[in-house]
Design a protein around this ligand. Structure first.
Ligand SMILES: [Zn+2]
Length: 231
């Protein structure tokens, strides 16, 4: 975040991007969207202060069935995130791969998930992330039919392949000493760029938006270099 802010990049939410694209408004240069997956409570306790310190906002994809459960964002936290300008998106009710579900279950995962989020936040989600990258024509049509939904994000397939588990919950807060750039010899950093694999976000094939996945091994300079290709 420090590197991106110094380089002049600023954020909007995915719902704001969807509104811009629908209105044929091109976002200003050096605009990007931050998405935070799976609704863990560290998105509030750890990520929010970092976002706030840079004037950044994010789109949080929340697993609706886990709201107010241990380790996950609470109703109070969700409302505070929205009040701070962030977006709460639909990450379905149970984080199942939508490409494998029967029609009734598919509808439940998308629509009941959206309704649960609306119940908690007072606001219907405008965007959705397909869990585990699972999407087919039936799933896309169901999302498109869900009233308030304006854009869908394809979550990069989970490395576990076929698991329905969300991303692993961090057991401790990262510290500066654990960042890859800090533990590698400075001279070795340029030779160890983790390949950033763009995946694509789409809404009914109307828009395709490059996405860069950030992991604990992402080196800020490399992320910035990748982002600058689009800015
Ligand atoms: Zn997820």
């Amino acid at each position: 975040m420090d590197a991106l802010a110094v380089a002049g990049w600023h954020t909007i939410t995915l719902a704001e991007l969807a509104a811009d694209l629908q209105a044929h408004r091109k976002p200003t240069p050096k605009t990007f969207v931050i998405t935070i997956d799976d609704g863990w409570s560290d998105g509030f306790t750890y990520a929010l202060p970092i976002l706030h310190s840079h004037g950044y906002v994010a789109t949080y994809y929340v697993i609706a069935g886990r709201i107010d459960t241990n380790g996950n964002l609470s109703t109070t936290q969700l409302k505070a995130l929205i009040a701070a300008g962030n977006e709460i998106g639909d990450h379905t009710m149970d984080h199942l791969s939508l490409s494998r579900l029967a029609p009734a279950k598919l509808k439940f995962e998308i629509e009941a998930g959206a309704a649960r989020i609306a119940q908690a936040t007072g606001r219907w989600p405008a965007t959705l992330a397909y869990p585990l990258g699972g999407v087919n024509d039936a799933a896309a049509a169901e999302v498109q039919a869900c009233g308030q939904m304006r854009m869908a994000v394809i979550e990069a397939p989970w490395a576990g392949g076929g698991s329905t588990s969300p991303s692993p919950r961090p057991t401790a807060l990262p510290s500066a000493g654990r960042s890859p750039a800090a533990v590698l010899p400075a001279a070795a950093v340029p030779s160890l760029p983790p390949p950033l694999q763009p995946v694509y976000e789409t809404w009914a094939n109307r828009w395709t938006i490059p996405r860069l996945r950030v992991t604990p091994s992402t080196i800020p300079a490399n992320l910035l270099a990748e982002l600058n290709r689009y800015g």
